[in-house]
Write a protein that binds this ligand. Structure first.
Ligand code: DC
Length: 335
């Protein structure tokens, strides 16, 4: 015997919607598992406590599951749980590798089964992008691609080679021979120059400013963007950067643009660096952030910009949890 699971959601609690959603869910389970009706022994439904209008089991009977046993239960209310959701378990009389089916809003319950998807998070330095991107990737069990680290690695290579990051010709030469790669160990990104893991050398203020400057050059951007698209094309991931929603992945499934006032962003960086034991001057940091904002948003190629279809979130007065919850809610609404 095999047990196949699935879930779906409805927009409003009506008999019509329940009938349609149950029929669609069972149809997809049948087709993806090549099931015959008489192989289904029994179907167990559970629905969230906000569904009252109709029994999913009755909808299954109406959809033509005439001979199997059917059962419907109601779930207790779970804070933060998915709303208007119908879950199902099919007990099937054959031994197969089950293809579980999660549709509509319920796709979010099993991101591992759903289609590949990408989340683009853009915004200026200190807007909270990387913190949020890491948490999202962790919650959804998908990859986090820190695209800033790639530009930082380019800057580091230029500094080490004694190249002026303003000089387009020298930078272009450097790019031709640059062996930059991104690998993952235990889900954590490691940015490599050749065989060297340079991840821990990328956060100094020298590299930070040089990254902003070197990222203006088309030769740098083309090479980085190609790699970013390659990674995002293969698997689900959250990418954070400046141009993900506008240029790298204009068709990303979800797009967010985070921002915060320059004071708040400088304060966050200040706290981050002092917590690491670095001695920094707040005013200098504020000026550096302003200089980077200007450079990143006024460059010619793929500047820092909100994509028209990105959701803008001002994180100035929000906690990390609030930003995360807002993003997850917006994603659920969109699915
Ligand atoms: O996100 P970060 O602070 O690590 O980025 C460092 C610099 O890299 C940033 O000032 C501009 C550049 N960058 C970019 O141009 N495009 C991206 N997608 C990511 C970063």
């Amino acid at each position: 015997m095999t047990v196949i699971r699935g879930a779906t959601t409805i927009a409003t609690d009506s008999a019509e919607e329940i009938r349609a959603a149950v029929a669609e869910l069972l149809e997809q389970i049948e087709s993806r598992n090549a099931l015959k009706r008489d192989e289904v022994l029994s179907i167990v439904f559970s629905s969230t406590s906000d569904i009252h209008s109709f029994y999913p089991a009755k909808a299954a009977r109406e959809a033509g599951f005439a001979s199997c046993s059917l059962f419907s239960a109601q779930e207790p209310e779970i804070e933060g749980g998915l709303a208007l959701c119908i879950r199902v378990m099919l007990f099937v009389e054959k031994n197969i590798t089950p293809h579980h089916v999660y549709l509509r809003g319920a796709r979010i319950l099993r991101k591992d089964l759903a289609q590949k998807y990408n989340i683009a998070i853009d915004g200026p330095a200190g807007s909270g992008k990387s913190t949020i991107a890491k948490l999202l990737a962790n919650d959804y069990h998908i990859l986090y691609l820190d695209t800033g680290a790639m530009y930082r690695a380019c800057a580091l290579a230029a500094i080490r080679a004694g190249i002026d990051v303003e000089d387009e010709v020298q930078v272009c030469d450097l790019m031709r021979g640059l062996k930059l790669s991104v690998i993952y160990r235990d889900g954590v990104q490691h940015t490599m120059l050749g065989n060297e893991d340079v991840s821990s050398c990328l956060r100094s203020s020298e590299v930070t400013m040089a990254a902003s400057t070197i990222s203006r050059h088309a030769s740098v951007r083309m090479k980085m963007v190609e790699k970013q698209r390659e990674i995002a094309g293969k698997m689900s991931c959250v990418l954070d950067g400046r141009d993900i929603g506008t240029f790298v992945l204009p068709d990303a499934d979800f797009k967010f643009f985070l921002t915060a006032t320059p004071e708040v962003r400088a304060q966050r960086r200040y706290e981050e660096l002092t917590a690491k034991g670095e001695s920094v001057d707040f005013e200098t940091l504020k000026n550096e952030i302003a200089a980077r904002d200007k450079q990143d948003s006024t460059r010619e190629v793929a500047p820092l910009k909100k994509a028209e279809d990105a959701i803008l979130i001002d994180t100035s007065d929000m906690t990390i949890d609030q930003v995360l919850e807002t993003i997850k809610r917006k994603m659920q609404e969109k699915i």
